[in-house]
Design a protein around this ligand. Structure first.
Ligand code: PLP
Length: 380
C-alpha cells in the first residue's frame, strides 16, 4: 500500500516520496497508446465514427460539441429532463442559435412522441441536445426511439451519455447519435479528468461548414480533426493528461475483462434493488415514479413531508454514497449513487439499512425486497 506522509514531511522527504509514488516520473504516453484508448472507447460506444478523447472533464466535449455545431441562424431543440439540459440551453443561446426548450418534469422521461411533435412544430430545427441518464434527478430517456425520430427529421443529435455509459445499453451508431459524449467517472469507475466524444460524418460536415465553430481553441473539435484524426493520429497536438489517460485505459480494460453486459447488469440490479428496498421501507419513495424511467446509475428518493433531506443525510454514515439533491431539490430529494464499485448488493444493503435507521423504518423487509430484486435483475 502507498504510504501517506504529513505535509510537513514533504520538503525533506522529496526523494523518498518520489520513490513511493506511482504518479511521478512516468514515461511519456505515446500517440499509439492514446489512439488505442480512443479505439477502446469507440468499441464501448458501438461506433465506427471518429472518437476524440478530450483532455478535461465531460463538460469540455459537451461545450465543444455545442459550440462546434450551433451558430446564428441554426435552431436547436434542447430537451430538458434535468439540470444538464438547462446548461446546454445556455450554451446554445450564447452561440446565437434559436433555442426551443422541451422540458418535462424531472421525475419522468421525455417520450419520442413529444420529440416528434416538437420537431413537427418547428421544421427548421437542425440540432437536438439530449441527456441519456441524469444522475442528478435519477431519470433516463428512451434514446433509441428519440434517435429514430431525430434522424427522420434530419437534425443532428448530441447525447450526454456521461451517466449512462457502462450502466445501460448505448448503441451510438444504431441509434443515430451524431455526437456522443461520455466521461469515465460514473459507471466506468474511472477518472473525471478526461472524457470523450464520438463525431459522426454528418456532424463533421456540419461543424466544418460552421464559420462560428471554435478554431485554435481548447474547445475546438476541428483542431483535433485536423492535427490528430486526419493526420493519422501519429503525433499528439499537446502533452496528454497522462495520469487520467492511464486511468481511463485501466477502466476500459477492466470493463472488457468483466464483460460489458455484466457491468450493465450490476447497475440495472442496483437500481432495481434500491427501488424495491425503498418501497418496502415505506418512509421514503422513489422520486422517479415509473421503473422504466429510472436511471441505473443513481436512485433519487422523495423525502416524507416535513423531513428535510439534509437532516436525513446528516444521520447517515458519511461513507455511504447518499447525498441530498441539488438546487431546488435540496430539501425534498435524496440521491443514492450506486455506480462504479458502488453498483453492488452490499452497497445497496448498507444504504437501505442506513436510510431505515435514519427514518425510523424497519430495515428487514427492505433488505429482503432488495435481495430478491437484485437476484432477478442480475440474472435477467
Ligand atoms: C455526472 C454527469 C456529468 C458530469 O458532471 P460532473 O458534475 O462533473 O459529475 C455530465 N452529464 C450528466 C448527465 C451527468 O450525470
Amino acid at each position: 500500500m502507498r504510504q501517506t506522509r504529513s505535509r510537513t514531511d514533504r520538503p525533506l522527504q522529496r526523494e523518498a516520496i518520489n520513490d513511493v509514488s506511482p504518479f511521478l516520473d512516468l514515461p511519456p504516453l505515446s500517440a499509439a497508446e492514446f489512439a488505442a484508448i480512443e479505439d477502446q472507447v469507440a468499441a464501448l460506444l458501438h461506433t465506427e465514427a471518429d472518437v476524440i478523447v478530450t483532455q478535461g472533464e465531460a463538460l469540455l466535449p459537451l461545450e465543444a460539441a455545442i459550440r462546434g455545431a450551433a451558430h446564428p441562424g441554426s435552431t436547436a431543440l434542447n430537451i430538458v429532463t434535468g439540470p444538464y439540459g438547462q446548461t446546454f440551453g445556455n450554451w446554445l443561446r450564447s452561440c446565437g442559435a434559436t433555442v426551443v426548450d422541451l422540458a418535462v418534469p424531472f421525475d419522468s422521461a421525455v417520450s419520442a412522441e413529444q420529440v416528434a411533435e416538437a420537431l413537427r412544430a418547428d421544421p427548421g430545427i437542425d440540432f437536438v441536445s439530449l441527456v441519456h441518464a441524469e444522475a442528478a434527478t435519477g431519470n433516463t430517456n428512451p434514446v433509441a426511439e428519440i434517435g429514430a425520430v431525430v434522424r427522420e427529421h434530419g437534425a443532428l443529435l448530441m447525447l450526454d451519455a456521461v451517466a449512462s455509459v457502462a450502466a445501460e445499453p448505448l448503441l451510438t451508431d444504431e441509434w443515430g447519435i451524431d455526437l456522443c459524449v461520455i466521461g469515465g467517472q460514473k459507471a466506468m469507475g474511472g477518472p473525471a479528468g478526461v472524457s470523450a466524444v464520438s463525431v459522426s460524418e454528418r456532424a463533421w460536415e456540419r461543424i466544418t461548414a460552421n464559420p462560428a465553430a471554435p478554431r485554435r481553441s481548447y474547445l475546438s473539435l476541428l483542431d483535433w480533426k485536423e492535427r490528430w484524426t486526419d493526420a493519422g493520429r501519429a503525433v499528439l497536438p499537446h502533452a496528454p493528461a497522462q495520469l487520467e489517460m492511464l486511468a481511463l485505459g485501466a477502466c476500459l480494460d477492466r470493463i472488457a475483462a468483466d464483460g460489458l453486459p455484466a457491468v450493465i447488469a450490476r447497475h440495472r440490479a442496483a437500481a432495481a434493488a434500491t427501488r424495491a428496498g425503498v418501497r418496502a421501507l415505506g418512509s421514503l419513495s422513489p422520486f422517479v415514479t415509473e421503473d422504466a424511467h429510472a436511471a441505473p446509475v443513481a436512485t433519487t428518493l422523495r423525502t416524507p413531508d416535513g423531513l428535510h433531506a439534509g437532516e436525513i443525510a446528516a444521520r447517515l454514515d458519511p461513507a455511504l454514497p447518499v447525498q441530498p439533491g441539488g438546487g431546488a431539490l435540496a430539501a425534498s430529494m435524496l440521491r443514492v449513487n450506486h455506480y462504479g464499485a458502488a453498483a453492488s448488493l452490499d452497497t445497496v444493503r448498507a444504504c437501505l439499512a442506513g436510510l431505515a435507521a435514519a427514518t425510523d423504518a424497519d430495515a428487514e423487509p427492505a433488505l429482503a425486497a432488495a435481495g430478491a430484486a437484485w437476484k432477478a435483475n442480475v440474472e435477467a
